[in-house]
Design a protein around this ligand. Structure first.
Ligand SMILES: NC(=O)c1ccc[n+]([C@@H]2O[C@H](COP(=O)([O-])OP(=O)(O)OC[C@H]3O[C@@H](n4cnc5c(N)ncnc54)[C@H](O)[C@@H]3O)[C@@H](O)[C@H]2O)c1
Ligand SMILES: O=C(O)[C@@H]1CCC=N1
Length: 549
């Protein structure tokens, strides 16, 4: 039973387990209480909560089923509505001026630089990289390379904020005043008690980068990750504790959406970072009276320009952008606007061939955790009712698998819809609906239809990632100047996915838009501006009481 075990118990398990199991446990990192290879229906894992410095269970266990075979393989102690009091108390212990700020406990900025350095070193160990990559694969099935890349981005992020880089996030500025003794200082100030809510598809990267950003700026966060994948962050929190993260600095809650909603309404965090669907994002924005930053849905576009070149490479990037992680990236290529010059280039045939390479055995195609096969087929059939539409490839369920029916299992699919049809008001909402699975819409445009393409992009509601695949500088300049997506790649190698830690990732065009991972994102999301005006005198000897004004 690879349960959540105390260190002593773990040592006993390692002593008593059969050699093969021992060898696996021997390669399990010291902080770990689960083994990715062990977790299964016959050896289920447990996930607990962490509140006010202690790991806790709950009266309610929510069983998570293995996305590959439906076995109950993880049980999560999901906090019930009657059990949120300790989380509320914990958040209430943090004042609005935070656990630290530029004028209070500044040594904590240095502490977090040290924690980042230690965590970066530990996460960079090959066995630890592999541990998290495999654990991610178990709960959010993606290819090993995709899972490893998520861990590597997280590790590089931690490297980025070693040493003085955390205190540099709180860099302030001074402006001279009108008279001696007066000056104004601009500071980045924490919010204090905050909340972080993250989805299932990046079990480590999104929660970790947002958690550390919140802590760096002096906040006290309660973190909630989708229960389907929260085992990953539970293990990462253990790693962070081993690297010096103070036990009282953050809480970790497992719950369903409704209980988390209740906690937010009753604990009143001063800021909530939400990453997930637009439906929930808009609800929370209303419930929390705007005290949110959102990374919500992505309906991400790619425009191929008139200059056809590097067709094999472009086809490969299109395949990766649309179908890696079975299309379950907020940055996934959802619609491809192909200039007509590409129609005779063989691009679509190459994309079809690449999609057919994908197989369940290596998880280059796999379970879809929030859209069923039936829902994807229904969406496809609705698109096929549009005049001139057709399936380019895919369009069928995966075969020969044991993926439970609560999850989707679909071949990589592309549906062609004529551009003029897309723009018709009766079709636009349907065509631009985000399908969080291996599904994309393809269309083409002629030289004189770029305006229609840009109209389509303007009418979309989500402006997360985009790609303009061209090396024509005037074309790039024109499209970039008349679009808004917050993370836009431009050039013949442009992609929509795989954002690393070294550039902004987030939507644009929405004042509630969040970002992740960069200094700009951390400061924008996890701090606010505070101006302190010093006016210490001396009062001039000649001063006399002026008339009232
Ligand atoms: N912008 C980004 O960076 C980004 C990244 C990943 C996923 N996403 C989006 O997330 C969606 C897929 O994830 P999903 O279907 O799990 O999203 P979801 O909104 O259903 O769930 C996201 C998280 O919110 C929690 N939640 C649900 N209802 C809640 C409520 N009322 N109050 C508080 N918390 C609640 C869930 O338990 C989960 O932890 C897609 O739309 C995708 O585009 C966006
Ligand atoms: O490329 C992506 O979709 C991920 C999500 C958050 C940052 N990068």
């Amino acid at each position: 039973m690879s349960r959540l075990l105390s260190r002593q118990h773990l040592a006993a398990v390692r002593r008593s387990a059969p050699f093969a199991c021992v060898s696996r446990w021997l390669h399990t990192p010291s902080f770990a209480t689960v083994s990715p290879q062990e977790v299964s229906g016959s050896s289920p894992a447990e996930v607990q909560n962490f509140v006010q410095g202690s790991w806790t269970a709950s009266a309610n266990w929510n069983w998570i089923v293995d996305p590959l075979n439906g076995d109950k393989f993880i049980k999560v102690a999901e906090v019930q509505g009657t059990e949120i009091k300790s989380f509320m108390e914990s958040l209430s212990k943090c004042p609005k001026h935070g656990l630290h700020n530029p004028l209070k406990a500044p040594e904590r900025y240095l502490m977090y630089g040290d924690i980042s350095a230690k965590a970066a070193h530990m996460l960079g160990q090959p066995t630890v990289l592999d541990f998290f990559a495999k654990l991610i694969q178990r709960v959010s099935p993606k290819s090993y390379q995709q899972a490893l890349a998520e861990v590597q981005v997280s590790q590089k992020f931690l490297e980025n904020f070693c040493g003085d880089q955390v205190r540099f996030l709180a860099r302030s500025f001074a402006v001279p005043g009108n008279h001696l003794g007066q000056r104004s200082n601009g500071y980045r100030w924490p919010y204090g008690p905050v909340a972080i809510i993250t989805p299932f598809n990046f079990p480590l990267e999104i929660p970790l980068l947002q958690l550390m950003g919140a802590l760096y700026m002096g906040n006290k966060p309660v973190l909630k990750v989708d229960s389907k994948v929260s085992i990953v962050m539970e293990q990462m929190i253990r790693l962070l504790h081993d690297c010096g993260l103070p036990a009282e600095d953050m809480d970790f809650i497992n719950s369903d959406g409704a209980v988390m909603n209740k906690l937010l309404l009753e604990a009143n965090p001063k800021m909530t970072l939400f990453t997930g669907s637009s439906r929930v994002a808009e609800k929370l924005a209303a419930d929390l009276k705007g005290r949110v930053k959102l990374e919500d849905a992505g309906f991400d576009w790619k425009i191929l320009g008139p200059d056809v070149q590097e067709v094999d490479y472009v086809a490969w990037v299109c395949d990766q952008d649309a179908y890696a992680c079975s299309g379950q990236k907020c940055s996934a290529q959802s619609v491809l606007f192909m200039h007509k010059n590409w129609s005779s280039s063989g691009l679509l045939e190459k994309m079809k061939k690449l999609s057919e390479r994908r197989k369940l055995e290596d998880l280059t195609i796999g379970p879809v955790l929030t859209v069923t096969t039936e829902a994807m087929i229904e969406h496809m059939n609705n698109l096929l009712k549009i005049r001139g539409s057709k399936v380019l490839f895919g369009g069928e369920p995966l075969a020969n698998h044991s993926i439970p029916k609560i999850y989707g299992a679909m071949k990589p699919t592309a549906v062609f819809v004529p551009l003029e049809e897309i723009l018709k008001s009766g079709n636009f909402e349907l065509v631009t609906k985000e399908i969080f699975g291996p599904f994309q819409v393809v269309t083409e445009y002629s030289e004189d239809q770029l305006e229609l393409v840009l109209e389509a992009c303007e009418r979309m509601n989500a402006h997360l990632t985009a790609a303009i695949v061209s090396n024509d500088p005037l074309f790039l300049q024109d499209v970039l100047g008349r679009s808004v997506n917050g993370t836009t790649y431009a050039g013949i190698r442009a992609r929509t996915t795989g954002a690393p830690q070294n550039h902004w990732f987030g939507p644009a065009g929405d004042p509630r838009g969040a970002g992740i991972g960069t200094p700009e994102a951390i400061k924008l999301v996890w701090s606010c501006h505070r101006e302190i005006i010093y006016d210490v005198g001396p009062v001039p000897e000649s001063w006399a009481l002026p008339s009232a004004t």
